[in-house]
Design a protein. Structure first.
Length: 183
C-alpha cells in the first residue's frame, strides 16, 4: 500500500491528507471516471474516520490525566513523603558514622528528586514555621507557652500540609506559641 499510495498521500500530525497530485490524475491504479471518484470517496471516509479516532484518543488521554485523577494521585503520594521525612528525622537520633552518613545522603537524594518531580506537577508544601497561624491551612495540635515568639506564631510543625495547584490537600499540623503573661 505504501508504494502504491505514497505519491497520493502525505502523513502530517498523525493524520492522512490527500496529496495535491491526486486531483485530476488519470493514472491512479489504472482507473478512470467513477472508479477513481469511488476510490477518492473511500479514501476520504477513511481519513475522516482516522480523524475521529485521533479525537477519541486525545479525549481518552486527557481524561487519564484529568485534574481529579492527578489530585487523587498526589493525595496518595503524601504519606510516602511523610515516611521519607520520618526516616530522615530518625537518622539524626543515631550517632554519626560513615555508613549511616552515606546511606542518609543517598536517601536524601532520592527524597528530593521525588519531591521535585511532584512539585513539577503542582504539589507544594505549606510554609508554616514562623508565620501567623491561619486556621484555613493549619490544624493546631498544641499551644506552647513561650516568650521567645509572638503569640499565635507557628513555632513547629508536626506534619506538613500540602497544596496541589492552589487547592489544599492536607492541613499542616502545627504547634503555636502563646504568651503566658498576656492571658
Amino acid at each position: 500500500m505504501d508504494l502504491l499510495f505514497s505519491k497520493y498521500f502525505q502523513i502530517t500530525d498523525e493524520k492522512f491528507e490527500i496529496a495535491e497530485s491526486i486531483k485530476g490524475s488519470d493514472e491512479m491504479i489504472g482507473t478512470r471516471g467513477t472508479e477513481q471518484e469511488d476510490l477518492i470517496t473511500l479514501i476520504s471516509k477513511v481519513m475522516v474516520e482516522n480523524e475521529r479516532l485521533q479525537d477519541i484518543r486525545t479525549e481518552l488521554e486527557s481524561k487519564a490525566e484529568s485534574p481529579e485523577q492527578m489530585e487523587n494521585f498526589m493525595k496518595k503520594m503524601i504519606p510516602i513523603l511523610d515516611g521519607f521525612e520520618r526516616i530522615m528525622d530518625l537518622t539524626h537520633e543515631y550517632p554519626p558514622s560513615k555508613e549511616l552518613d552515606n546511606w542518609f545522603k543517598s536517601m536524601e537524594t532520592v527524597y528530593f528528586r521525588f519531591l521535585n518531580l511532584l512539585e513539577k506537577y503542582g504539589l507544594k508544601a505549606l510554609d508554616t514555621i514562623g508565620k501567623p497561624v491561619n486556621l484555613n491551612y493549619h490544624e493546631v495540635v498544641e499551644y506552647r507557652a513561650t516568650l521567645n515568639y509572638q503569640p499565635d506564631i507557628v513555632i513547629s510543625e508536626r506534619q506538613k500540609g500540602y497544596f496541589f495547584k492552589n487547592k489544599l490537600l492536607r492541613d499542616a499540623k502545627v504547634v503555636v506559641a502563646y504568651n503566658p503573661t498576656s492571658s
